[in-house]
Design a protein around this ligand. Structure first.
Ligand SMILES: Nc1ncnc2c1ncn2[C@@H]1O[C@H](COP(=O)(O)OP(=O)(O)OP(=O)(O)O)[C@@H](O)[C@H]1O
Length: 242
């Protein structure tokens, strides 16, 4: 697989988020004033447990509403693109796939039937992608409930990659993998455009090509509790010290 944006102009901003904020149920800010920018490559997101990394990805994907801020893909907002198209262009792969009915093949059929990727020539074969990561083809016909965490993780990632989204939102994508499988998956994913949550500093160093955004905890009831630093692929830093 190739990165469809690797040859894009270095000044073109593929994805931008400005002032994203999300409140907890009690009305306090979980995070606020998050600015992100991806021209191409991998932007990693790190930070302590519970700081809101997964929620940030869900806000970007528009599966969870944000309380403040705006996001753009190629200068278009989710409203301009329409939510189904937005979610297919900025595809979220959750940390753990909820146990689903049926098999991965059943799921793939449903996604292809109802998704925005209807034309066969617009996607790769996920079975082949996963095969390169050590997933035997017959596993695609096993019930999800019979698959190991690492098998589920690789199959979900292969499905996501197969649709060529503009950006993949990855929530600890290798958390269930052994070192060898992790190496193989990383090699594929780091060639794509991703916003990649990881707890592993070594992994962040290996895969970040578009910088690292560090979410910090502290007093999350304060609107100024989050500090973000974005380093772009040219090594320029932006963001805010709060
Ligand atoms: N839709 C939501 N609205 C408000 N608060 C939420 C929502 N979803 C999750 N939260 C809260 O956000 C907090 C952070 O959760 P989240 O899973 O985003 O953290 P995280 O940084 O990804 O953690 P971990 O590293 O442990 O996976 C949780 O305490 C949760 O209660």
């Amino acid at each position: 697989m190739t990165n469809p944006h690797s040859s894009s102009s270095s000044s073109h901003i593929l994805f931008r988020a400005k002032g994203i904020g999300k409140k907890r149920e009690d009305g306090t800010w979980l995070f606020r004033n998050v600015d992100l920018e991806v021209k191409n490559g991998v932007l990693t997101v790190t930070g302590p447990s519970g700081v809101g990394k997964s929620t940030l990805l869900k806000c970007i994907n528009q599966t969870t509403p944000m309380d403040e801020g705006q996001v753009w893909l190629n200068n278009k907002t989710p409203d301009q693109l329409g939510i189904p198209t937005w979610r297919s262009r900025i595809m979220y792969i959750p940390q753990r796939t909820a146990t689903m009915e049926g098999t991965p093949t059943d799921f793939l059929e449903v996604v292809r039937k109802f998704g925005t990727h209807k034309k066969k020539d617009t996607y790769d074969d996920p079975v082949q992608i996963a095969l390169d990561w050590g997933i035997r083809p017959e596993l695609w016909h096993s019930k999800w409930s019979m698959l190991s965490g690492g098998e589920m993780q690789r199959i979900s990632l292969a499905i996501g990659c197969s649709f060529h989204p503009d950006i993949l939102l990855l929530d600890e994508p290798t958390s269930a993998l052994d070192e060898e499988s992790c190496d193989k998956v990383e090699k594929t994913l780091k060639e794509l455009n991703c916003i990649w949550v990881t707890h592993n500093p070594q992994q962040a160093e290996r895969v970040s090509s578009a910088g690292t955004f560090r979410m910090r905890g502290g007093d999350n009831s304060s609107p100024s509790s989050l500090s973000g630093v974005v380093v772009d692929e040219n090594g320029h830093t932006s963001g805010r010290a709060q």
